[in-house]
Write a protein that binds this ligand. Structure first.
Ligand code: ADP
Length: 594
């Protein structure tokens, strides 16, 4: 119970968020409610006509001729009400679909705007995000399409019926006024319990999806460790726990409906008994009594329906909580000063870091006052143990994160002043495990430069030692790859990424060298491909291969976020310090492999 107040706060935020969303569809939702209300008013008229016909026939001995006009009106009213209800529901449903569509787009662009660092560092797992964007958004439909209209109807229709009843029979109106508040009262009481259960159910579903995604992605590991049976049991256990929570939500929902139905039925029975006695003693005329009796169930109907729709609200609030979290997370601060621009495809890119520090949102200092400069066309090798801050430095240069303090100067201009899109046009990035999307090899190579000519693609493929392999394929450059590059080897995926960078002809290349060991043939091809890349541009490489490290113009040895040593291979070897021991261990490793 200790987190109850924060749960409460989260629910309030989620409810405000949902209301804000609904406001975007004010018009269609408003129209839908107006149509539903019109249909309600027609119902009151229809009941009046019906009561009139029956009372005329029963008490005034009227013939068919006397009631032929009202009898003819009845079917018209039926059809009209049906039409109004149909259009009202359609409008509400379409509005909900539009809202879901918009919201899904908004959330996706939020995710994209935040970039991979915030997304990766966030508490929400990928699985949770997928659940939020799929099931989560779907869970809002009931709220927009049913709960909101029902909520307004609950206020409007009973009041209209009460007004008519009051004009005919004050006693029945009194029963209605006294009994009606019990229904929302009990509903809120029960709803509080459901709210907590619903949030629990939602959390379990998200956890289940996250776990399932992990399992699918880690299928190889599972098989290797012979753990599939164990994981299957875990999933069964999680699914069972989700089932139990779902059942308890349903149990509360059914029980609450039962209580509400019971109250409504008892109240209608009371009205009926009062009317019956007074009819017996002639204290009320038949028309009024019968009319009120016909209207009574419809007085309670919107209140009873609220019980069902309240459930939709709870579900939506549970789902919206995650969306509020996403929107509330910190995103990269926008530059506060006038952007400047680099001429497109400048001759070369020189980089200077001045006292650059970076702390992750959780407070861990990944880079601590780093300073270095790299001339245009030079190659820099970043070395250091895992966790030294190498990837963080690359992420800073990619513009995915901004320095906590210090400056990165690009040809003398502060990187923070450069519009990030324009900056990224100047660079090519090759991650350790490049992502290839499903499509042809040609599309994969052209990914960063869709306008590149076929000659440029072939020359890049040749430089990346890929052309020979592609020419041997039946469909050559049109060869289709499945998602994640399935269909070609890991070494080839690396070289497609290099060809992709070469086609871009970017003046700066950021490279996270593959650390996995390749077979000698692939290794040699990769080496040659990288050499072409290094010749053409300024490069900053997280280096794992002795060959490149040794030939780099400058080596930065990072340790715990600081530059432990820097210089050229010869200079650093002469020092016989940290770097020399790193080289020795790489040398031993490579010799051992050969
Ligand atoms: P390297 O690339 O040299 O292995 P990183 O740049 O990945 O090192 O990490 C530097 C430090 O920052 C490490 O201590 C690591 O734990 C921390 N770190 C990396 N990513 C995050 C993150 N998303 N949130 C918090 N700390 C992080």
């Amino acid at each position: 119970m200790s987190n109850a107040p924060s749960d409460q706060h989260a629910s309030t935020l989620a409810a405000t968020f949902l209301k804000g969303q609904a406001r975007k569809a004010n018009r269609p939702l408003g129209l839908s409610i107006a149509l539903a209300f019109a249909s309600g008013v027609l119902l009151i008229v229809q009941m009046a006509v019906l009561a009139h016909v029956i009372s005329a026939v029963l008490t005034n001995n009227a013939g068919l001729d006397d009631v032929s006009f009202p009898l003819a009106i009845l079917p018209v009213l039926f059809v009209l009400r049906g039409g109004l209800s149909y259009f009202s529901e359609r409008l509400a449903l379409n509005a909900a679909i539009d809202l879901k569509h918009q919201l899904r787009g908004e959330l996706l662009s939020q995710l994209l705007a935040k970039g991979p660092i915030v997304v990766r560092g966030s508490e929400q797992s990928i699985g949770e995000r997928v659940t939020m964007l799929t099931d989560g958004i779907e869970a809002l439909e009931g709220y927009f399409a049913r709960y909101l209209p029902a909520m307004v109807m609950m206020v409007m229709l009973p009041f209209a019926i009460l007004a008519v009843t009051l004009s005919l029979d004050w006693l029945s109106a009194l029963v209605m006024v006294v009994t009606a508040p019990f229904i929302p009262f009990f509903m809120i009481l029960i709803g509080k319990g459901t709210e907590r259960l619903n949030q629990k159910q939602w959390r379990k579903l998200a956890r289940l999806s996250a776990h399932f995604l992990d399992i699918v992605e880690g299928l190889t590991t599972l098989k290797l460790f012979n753990a599939s049976k164990r994981e299957a049991e875990t999933v069964t256990r999680m699914a069972d726990s989700y089932r139990r929570t779902t059942m308890s939500v349903l149990r509360v929902a059914f029980l609450s409906s039962l209580v509400l139905e019971f109250f409504a039925t008892v109240s209608i029975a009371m009205i009926a008994v009062f009317i019956g006695f007074r009819l017996l003693y002639g204290e009320i005329d038949f028309f009024s009594g019968f009319y009120v009796l016909l209207l009574a169930p419809d007085f309670y109907l919107p209140l009873r329906q609220m019980g069902t729709h309240y459930h939709a609200r709870m579900e939506a609030i549970g789902a919206a909580g995650k969306m509020v979290d996403l929107i509330g997370e910190d995103s990269a601060p926008a530059p506060t000063f006038e952007p400047q621009s680099l001429p497109r495809h400048t001759q070369g890119i020189a980089i200077e870091c001045r006292d650059v520090s970076y702390a992750y949102p959780d407070g861990s200092l990944a880079l601590d006052r780093i300073s270095f400069s790299l001339g245009a066309g030079q190659n820099l090798a970043l070395v250091g143990h895992s966790g030294a801050g190498k990837s963080t430095l690359l992420d800073l240069l990619l513009g995915l994160i901004q320095p906590t303090s210090g400056q990165i100067l690009i040809n003398g201009i502060d990187l923070a002043r450069l519009p990030v899109d324009a900056w990224r046009q100047q660079l090519a990035y090759i991650p350790q495990r490049p992502t290839l999307l499903a499509g042809t090899i040609l599309e994969a190579i052209r990914y960063g430069a869709p306008e590149a000519s076929m000659e440029a693609v072939i020359s890049a493929a040749k430089a990346a030692q890929l052309h020979g392999f592609i020419s041997q394929l039946d469909d050559g450059y049109e060869h289709r790859l499945n998602e994640k590059g399935k269909g070609i080897s890991g070494g080839q995926i690396q070289r497609v990424a290099i060809a992709r960078a070469l086609v871009r002809n970017a003046p700066l290349v950021l490279l996270d060298e593959p650390s996995a060991h390749l077979d000698p043939d692939n290794e040699q091809k990769l080496q040659q491909a990288l050499e072409v890349l290094h010749k053409n541009a300024t490069t900053l490489t997280i280096a794992h291969r002795l060959h490149f490290i040794r030939h780099a113009d400058q080596i930065l040895h990072l340790d715990k976020g600081q530059i432990a040593e820097s210089g050229t291979h010869e200079g650093l070897m002469a020092r016989n310090g940290l770097y020399a021991s790193l080289v020795q261990s790489l040398f031993d490793e490579e010799a051992h492999r050969d």
